[in-house]
Design a protein around this ligand. Structure first.
Ligand code: FAD
Length: 459
């Protein structure tokens, strides 16, 4: 018998429950990836992620070839393509990972109905995209609560969940003849990719995870916020595309143990946390999770300032450095994400959705759950228990880039300024200031803070 395994955000062979289940029940499988028109229509198919995805698909295809099979790639409406592939392969059922976003859940429902009409089964597997499935831990005692709105109690409960031991990659895969496939897309066919975009694929992801857990994770607790040190795992694109399994990453990090690994596992828990919020409140992708009565400035109202923010020309060196890192690498340090988002949403008081969209246009790890809900967290409309805190970019810079190296790396116009002086070029004597081709601040921090406090009724 034959089954189709539909790959979505789980582009790997290790620790893959749908693949293992399909292989246990059937002698042939069709490993299928659909370049889903719906994702492109929703504006999510942007160059950086398309290029990384191409690497992932090429690597998945290689891994399947090494086991006697190959990847089947199709384009179009995901439901129509899955049904057509199932027909071509004479498959009895389809296996896939449970999705989290509203889009993914609708996709599952549509697939279930369409396959059911053809007498075929759909098996949807939990804990493939997240370590702990959304909904597996819910608050006890609060009547009707379907998710945790606050991280700390969630993390406490999450830590008590037992995870499966990581599943082995299959030894061999037999794909039936007669299933049409397109060429696996190539990374170099994608235009407009960030110059220093990371490589995708399961092999690269596993090498990075192994190297990370062998050493650097030990220093994570102390160094994760050091902008210049770049001492985080950079596993986020692999977790986003599922070239690494979150459950396996947690399992392996726990085996390493120690304060660094514990702090790192806590961050992966943040990922599950945001996924369980989105699963319970799919509308939070576009709407305030909590309404704070904001009347945000729109992009039209704050046009030049938004453009300066996007281009890394706000006149606040640490903000500009982080925004330029985003454009150059398709990735930004978490501390950079926090302070640039706070600058847009609170200091400029621009609608968080404007910033979230720009991040999604460029981030290789751009993810509805993590991006939209972190933006809401920073904007104070989400799950932060201190929704009115505003990050001062100068204080952030002095604390997390005390030597100024991060700024000098990304803002070469200021490379001649030594030490922390690079964070406040406006303090230079006028004649020296004039030698630096770098803008004046687009807004005074005090004015930004006053506007925000007024808007929130705190003034
Ligand atoms: P590490 O510090 O090594 O952490 C390990 C893993 O934990 C990460 O790979 C990630 O999967 C998870 N993680 C860490 N911090 C968070 C967090 N705050 N929320 C959720 N998961 C977390 N992360 C994304 O994966 N996609 C996004 O689109 C995204 N957008 C963001 C937007 C804003 C405004 C902010 C403040 C944060 C955003 N994050 C996003 C979270 C975080 O910044 C990145 O996950 C992290 O910087 C990735 O780098 P890393 O893999 O080296 O992280």
């Amino acid at each position: 018998t034959t089954a189709v395994v539909l790959f979505t955000s789980d582009l790997r062979l290790h620790d893959h429950p749908p693949l293992c289940a399909a292989l246990a029940r059937h002698d042939r499988i069709v490993p299928l990836f659909v370049r889903d028109r719906g994702i492109a229509d929703a504006g999510f198919d942007v160059p950086n992620r398309r290029a990384f995805l191409a690497d992932c698909l090429a690597d998945l295809d290689d891994g399947l070839h090494a086991r006697g099979g190959h990847l089947v790639v199709r384009s179009g409406d995901v439901v129509e393509e899955v049904c057509e592939v199932a027909r071509e392969a004479d498959a009895a059922e389809v296996h896939m990972a449970a999705g989290v976003s509203g889009y993914a859940r609708t996709r599952e429902e549509r697939l279930g109905v369409a396959l059911g009409e053809r007498g075929l089964g759909l098996a949807v597997h939990d804990a493939v995209v997240t370590a702990v499935p959304p909904g597996a831990v819910v608050p006890t005692g609060s009547a009707g609560a379907d998710h945790f709105a606050v991280f700390t109690p969630y993390a406490r409960r999450w830590a008590q969940e037992s995870l499966r031991s990581p599943l082995h990659a299959p030894r061999s895969v037999t794909v039936p003849d007669g299933v049409r496939t397109e060429e696996v897309p190539a990374r170099d066919e994608v235009a407009g990719v960030s110059p220093a975009l990371a490589r995708g694929g399961e092999k690269t992801g596993r090498r990075r995870m192994n190297a990370w857990l062998r050493g650097p994770v030990g220093a994570y607790e102390d160094q994760h916020d050091d902008l210049a040190g770049d001492s985080t795992s950079r596993l986020s694109p692999h977790l986003h595309f599922g070239t690494l399994s979150a459950a396996e990453v947690v399992h392996r990090a726990r085996r390493v143990g120690g304060a660094g690994a514990d702090a790192f596992v806590r961050q992966v828990c943040w990922r599950d946390f945001h996924h369980q919020v989105l699963a319970a409140r799919p509308a939070a992708a576009d709407h305030n999770y909590r309404d704070k009565g904001d009347s945000w400035r729109t992009e039209e109202e704050a046009g030049c300032e938004v453009e300066a923010w996007r281009s890394g020309l706000t006149g606040y060196p640490v903000v500009d450095a982080a925004m330029r890192q985003l454009r150059h690498e398709g990735w930004m340090h978490n501390r950079g994400r926090l302070l640039t988002a706070s600058f847009l949403a609170k200091t400029l008081y621009v609608d968080w959705r404007v910033g979230a969209r720009h991040f999604l246009d460029l981030l290789v790890d751009g993810d509805v759950a993590n991006n939209q809900l972190n933006w809401q967290w920073v904007a104070g409309t989400g799950n932060d228990t201190r929704p009115n805190r505003v990050l001062n970019p100068v204080r952030q810079a002095l604390r997390y880039d005390p030597g100024g190296s991060y700024v000098r790396r990304w803002v070469p116009e200021l490379a001649g300024l030594e030490g922390a002086a690079v964070h406040e070029p406006w303090k230079l004597p006028a004649r020296e200031r004039a030698t630096y081709d770098y803008p004046e601040p687009i807004v005074a921090l005090d004015d930004g803070l006053a506007r925000f406090r007024q808007a929130r009724g705190l003034a």
